[in-house]
Design a protein around this ligand. Structure first.
Ligand code: FE
Length: 136
């Protein structure tokens, strides 16, 4: 497992907002339909709010009707790590940023083709970089 970005919890507390800290470092979950990105449809790249790593392209975003931004695959195969999460008496698979190990959300097996996966990600764990449209 590569961990390119390492900070102490105190350092994370100073560089993240309280909401970002609660989700990324304390495995929190934002209230559905309240985040910045669940309904966003612009073209671009969603990056880690903590370390800036590219995580999910808008090309793989789909409407999941859950109130959280949902993607069927990560930007690159090694953009995210997964680990089993049995908190709250549910067997789920946690999704983490592979670069800083920040908690992003969970992945489920009920997504659309071509992967059949649904990466259910907290808006607060993401920043959006709009795709520049080149002018001729
Ligand atoms: Fe990160």
């Amino acid at each position: 497992m590569k961990t390119a970005v390492k900070k102490t919890e105190q350092e994370w507390k100073t560089c993240l907002t309280p909401e970002q800290y609660q989700i990324l470092r304390e495995n929190g979950t934002e209230v559905p339909f309240t985040g910045r990105y669940w309904n966003k449809k612009d073209n671009g790249m969603y990056v880690c709010a903590a370390c800036g790593a590219e995580l999910f392209s808008s090309e793989t975003k789909f409407e999941s009707y859950t109130g959280w931004p949902s993607f069927y695959k990560p930007a690159k195969a090694d953009s995210v790590d997964t680990k089993s999460d049995n908190a709250m008496l549910m067997a789920r698979t946690e999704v983490l940023c592979s670069k800083c190990q920040g908690h992003l959300g969970h992945v489920f097996n009920d997504g659309p083709q071509p992967t059949g996966l649904r990466y259910c990600i907290n808006s607060a764990a993401l920043d959006f970089k709009k795709k520049e449209v080149r002018k001729k």
